[in-house]
Design a protein around this ligand. Structure first.
Ligand code: 5GP
Length: 205
């Protein structure tokens, strides 16, 4: 475990179409202090995505080099593209302790992060209210054709089997309610006895 002045690694995972990106953006605009972990990916930027804000877009060759140089705390292949989380960034935020670090990764990435950060990481899985609603949301997004929607639903079904490894499950039926639930969870995590007892001023009691 690395030295921690109070920062938590908040991992958010969800099948695509559940509203993870929107909820993460809302968390970043909330009153809680977060640093967002910008992942590296080999996929092409989508319309409106900004380099260094949404992702660092790199070639497969650059990504492979980063794997060899052990730059990632975890990495995974999702829908045929590579995605990875910078270990240096996470460690810097935690060490600094001013902020929590918000990480948006697939379920495999979340489990890997928990293995490495243990109690310092909180894993939250978002679920849609129903499969029907998820299908509706994916179709409405219009970025995927029918085959892709099917693939994403199949992947979601597999991912959901791993939710017991997560600490919390939040259903995103209503975005404001889901956001409030996330804020409550993250706030409460800071009051866990083991975290409070690790703080310097408490040790003086
Ligand atoms: P998208 O291409 O739609 O932005 O993301 C596809 C999937 O990759 C999502 O489930 C997203 O959470 C996941 N993902 C994004 N960044 C990372 C990462 O750094 N590591 C892992 N394991 N998954 C990631």
């Amino acid at each position: 475990m690395i030295e921690n002045k109070g920062g938590i690694v908040v991992v958010i995972s969800a099948p695509s179409g559940v509203g993870k990106t929107t909820l993460c953006k809302r968390l970043l605009q909330s009153s809680l202090p977060f640093a967002y972990s910008v992942s590296f990916t080999t996929r092409a930027p989508r319309k409106n995505e900004i380099e260094g804000v949404d992702y660092y877009f790199v070639s497969r060759k650059e990504f492979q080099k980063m794997i060899e140089e052990k730059k990632f705390i975890e990495w995974a292949e999702v829908h045929g593209r590579l995605y990875g989380t910078s270990e240096k960034f996470l460690n810097e935020v935690i060490k600094n302790g001013e902020k929590d670090v918000l990480v948006e990764v697939d379920i495999k990435g979340g489990i890997e992060i928990k293995k490495k950060y243990s109690q310092q990481a909180v894993l939250i899985f978002l679920l849609p209210p129903s499969w029907e609603e998820l299908k509706k949301r994916l179709n409405k997004r219009g970025t995927e054709n029918e085959k892709k929607v099917k693939e994403r639903i199949e992947r979601a079904k597999k991912e959901i089997k791993y939710t017991p490894y997560y600490d919390y499950i939040v259903i995103n039926d209503n975005i404001n309610e889901a956001l409030n639930t996330l804020l409550v969870i993250i706030k409460a995590e800071h009051y866990r006895a083991n975290r409070v007892l690790n703080k310097k001023f408490i040790k003086e009691f």
